[in-house]
Design a protein around this ligand. Structure first.
Ligand code: PLP
Length: 409
């Protein structure tokens, strides 16, 4: 990428804009799959829609044979709209209508709590001769050997899924109604994304499979939450690789008698780990200021576009100026909104000759960005796919008509 290319794209589509590299995404998916397939052939990848549901991206996942992993009515309908007929339906809230529709569609539904049973039983009553199967999400105890909870944000316990005690209650109820248990789901988000977390998840899932003899199980779903797909510039030398996760999960599964007898599909639900390095974000420098000894560069972009969770890490980035300049100074890159917290990069080196009209590209912004960004102050930015020398618009810039289309006047 050079300034000439950025200039050409900027002239055509305006700034800011996202760049998408679909080939990198496909490579990530294939690499994750290969890590498992070398030892176990029955692997299903359920791509996590919530992480980034840009249609062009979801289409690549579908063509690569992935299922859609969705967690809401909106995502369920979107997956169907994009032509997916293989859908894993997770999430804590499933209203009766969408749950019954998913049962009729034969989606893989992982129930999260008790209230969902009502709709499932009703559906079975309405379709007594139909084979009905559901999955169950298991609440995993992610406490490590030192007694430390690995659940995201340091929480003592996660809130999703059924505890073992509840399973004692509901599994007999489901069986009594002739409903098969076809899936067990163990997704548990951790902050450290450590390989050892998957040993805890897999072991607890296997224990449940043995305890309740879940011999109809087709989907042994360990969920997502993996590390991988880091943008260049992030030191990943001590971070887990796809193969480390695959080996950990497979060591547990392939060493288990129940698993070898039933041989369910192993399901992984990657999000961040396949999409983080697929997108970059380019914005244009407008202002250069020094206030009370602090240098500010203001772009037409926004922190809400590149890290809406407002974490403190500086993402990998590059400044593009017309002339090469080896002198640098320290500045904050700030965004175009009226919020003081709109800080995109904090205290980074910038070329001394940076000026109005130059660009900054932020990398590794594919996960929990576009799917989390509402229309805030600015129109939503276009997404441009780059393939060799050609560019394709996979999302145009939002217009006033788009913004107004859901309001009554
Ligand atoms: C059920 C489920 N599956 C998959 C994922 C994807 O996780 P990640 O993007 O961390 O891989 C999530 C994220 O929270 C999730 O809740």
């Amino acid at each position: 990428m050079d300034i000439k290319t950025l200039d050409t794209i900027a002239k055509q589509y305006g700034t800011p804009f996202y760049l998408m590299d679909g080939e990198v995404y496909l490579k990530n998916i294939k690499a994750f799959r290969d890590a498992f397939k070398q030892r176990y052939d029955h692997l299903i990848i359920g791509y996590s829609f919530k992480t980034n549901y840009v249609p062009a991206l979801c289409k690549i996942a579908k063509e690569a044979g992935c299922y859609a992993e969705v967690v809401s009515e909106m995502e369920y309908l979107l997956a169907q709209h994009l032509g997916y007929d293989k859908i894993i339906f997770n999430g804590p809230i499933k209203n009766e209508d969408i749950l019954k529709k998913a049962l009729a569609d034969k989606a893989v539904i992982n129930l999260d709590s008790y209230y969902e049973l009502g709709a499932v039983f009703e559906y079975k009553k309405e379709h007594p001769y139909e084979e009905v199967g559901v999955g169950l999400r298991l609440n995993i105890d992610l406490t490590d050997a030192n007694g430390v909870s690995k659940v995201q944000c340091g929480l003592r316990t996660g809130r999703f899924g059924f505890t073992k005690d509840l399973l004692y209650e509901i599994i007999p109820l489901l069986r009594k109604q002739g409903i098969k248990i076809i899936s067990l789901h163990g997704h548990t988000s951790s902050s450290d994304r450590a390989v050892e977390n998957y040993r805890l998840i897999t072991r607890q899932m296997l224990q449940i499979c043995e305890l309740f003899q879940l011999n109809d199980l087709s989907y042994f779903d360990v969920g997502g939450g993996f590390f991988g797909a880091a943008a260049k510039g992030i030191n990943v030398s001590d971070r887990p690789k796809y193969k480390d996760y695959a080996d950990c999960i497979l060591d547990e599964c392939l060493g288990n008698k129940w698993f070898n007898a039933v041989k369910p599909n192993i399901v992984i639900e990657p999000g961040v780990s396949v999409v983080a390095n697929v997108f970059s974000y380019v914005s244009k420098i407008f202002q250069i200021k020094e206030i009370a000894g602090i240098n500010f560069l203001t772009t037409d972009g926004s922190v809400f576009d590149v890290k809406p969770t407002l974490h403190n890490n500086n993402l990998p980035h590059k400044f593009f100026t017309n002339e090469v300049c080896h002198d640098e100074y320290i500045a904050n890159l700030v965004g175009s909104t009226c919020m003081e917290k709109d800080v995109i990069l904090n205290q980074v080196s910038v070329p001394s000759n940076i000026g109005y009209g130059d660009y900054v590209k932020i990398d590794g912004i594919g996960a929990y960005t576009m799917s989390l960004t509402p229309t805030f102050i600015n129109f939503l930015s276009p997404i441009i796919e780059i393939k060799g020398n050609t560019t394709t618009v996979v999302r145009r810039r939002q217009t006033l008509e788009d913004v107004m289309s859901i309001y009554n006047m």
